[in-house]
Design a protein around this ligand. Structure first.
Ligand code: CUA
Length: 329
């Protein structure tokens, strides 16, 4: 009896030791969701594979071993086996509890933002992301950050989007009227993809962006150049138009390099002949562009649906955009 108890205690110690060690480790370690997520994924994969083999291999074996050999052969009548029942209830239960504990630890890593972090903001819209640095610089579909921990506050202008950063193993919904967040640790300078991971309309697949992680010095230089640019830029109408097109998030749905997104490309559109939904043809000129921006549904162009929202701008802002469109061929 004593022998059995000792054996059980040794076994319990061996099983719990990694967890005790892990708890001590967690207290002093650097939180790294990418690492804990990957480890968790590996654990699940191994456990799932082992369970699969334990179930499937005997199954295949028994199919052949106990198949009926004569027409009137009857199988053995087995009432039950209490020992087996208990075993295959307890073992999966403990396994799932342990996996649950690990899931909870990973979840905490993903939700608890380390104290030393910078805060940025990302706003989803149909179809793109507006990003704001701590200095208030807005960029479209690209989030520039210095190396370090980054908390991203999230929201949406229209429908539910989802800010997904596969390289950092994290994602979070962007919900209109609500503030959500995620955080990631930007370690290596480089570019990392951002996806919208919530089907949000016909332009969903074009909601691609990137996180650009920069060395601290490079980042500060970039901030300075951006701040200088915003002081001088609006000197001419077309420069102002360019700023407006970027700030009003037109580029979420319109390309400026000939690409068709949810809407037509903007370059070369001036002077082009287009067909409206009612079959009439019009040549795109300044007046048409201004009407299009102010009241997009009045003269819908064939083949693009009615998704664009109206924009109420000052007269010179409409004209600035038209001036800018003339410059991009
Ligand atoms: Cu936004 Cu999908």
């Amino acid at each position: 009896m004593l022998k059995q108890v000792l054996r059980f205690l040794t076994a319990a110690l061996v099983v719990s030791m990694p967890y005790a060690a892990a708890a001590a480790e967690r207290a002093k370690r650097v939180v790294d969701p990418v690492k804990s997520w990957d480890e968790h994924f590996m654990t699940w994969s191994v456990v799932a594979t082992v369970v699969y083999l334990i179930v499937t291999l005997p199954l295949i074996y028994f199919v052949f071993k106990y198949k009926r050999r004569h027409k009137d052969e009857n199988g053995a009548y087995i009432v039950g086996n209490a020992g087996l029942e208990i075993l295959w209830t307890i073992v999966p239960m403990i396994t799932i509890i342990l996996l649950g504990v690990q899931s909870w630890a990973v979840f905490n890593d993903l939700r608890e933002v380390p104290k030393d972090h910078i805060e940025v903001k990302a706003v989803g819209f149909m179809f793109g992301f507006e990003m704001y640095t701590p200095e208030g610089i807005m960029t479209l579909n690209e989030l520039r950050v210095p190396v370090g921990n980054v908390k991203v506050n999230l929201t949406s202008k229209d429908v539910i989007h989802d800010f997904a950063l596969p390289a950092f193993r994290t994602r979070e919904d962007m919900v209109p009227g609500e503030n959500t967040y995620l955080w990631f640790s930007a370690k290596e300078p480089g570019e990392y993809p951002v996806y919208c991971a919530e089907f949000c309309g016909s332009g969903h697949s074009s909601m691609l962006a990137k996180v650009i992680v920069m060395k601290k010095d490079d980042y500060e230089a970039w901030v300075k150049s951006k701040q200088a640019e915003s002081m001088t830029a609006a000197a001419t109408p077309d420069a102002k138009g360019k700023q407006l097109v970027e700030r009003l998030a037109c580029l979420g749905c319109h390309g400026i390099a000939g690409e068709t997104k949810a809407g037509p490309a903007l370059n070369g559109v001036m002077g082009k002949s287009v067909e409206l939904e009612d079959g009439t043809k019009v040549v795109v000129d300044e007046a048409f562009v201004i009407e299009k921006i102010a009241d997009p549904k009045a003269k819908p162009v064939k083949g693009y649906g009615h998704m664009m929202p109206p924009n109420a701008l000052a007269k010179e802002d409409y004209e600035a955009i038209a001036a800018y469109l003339k410059t991009i061929k």
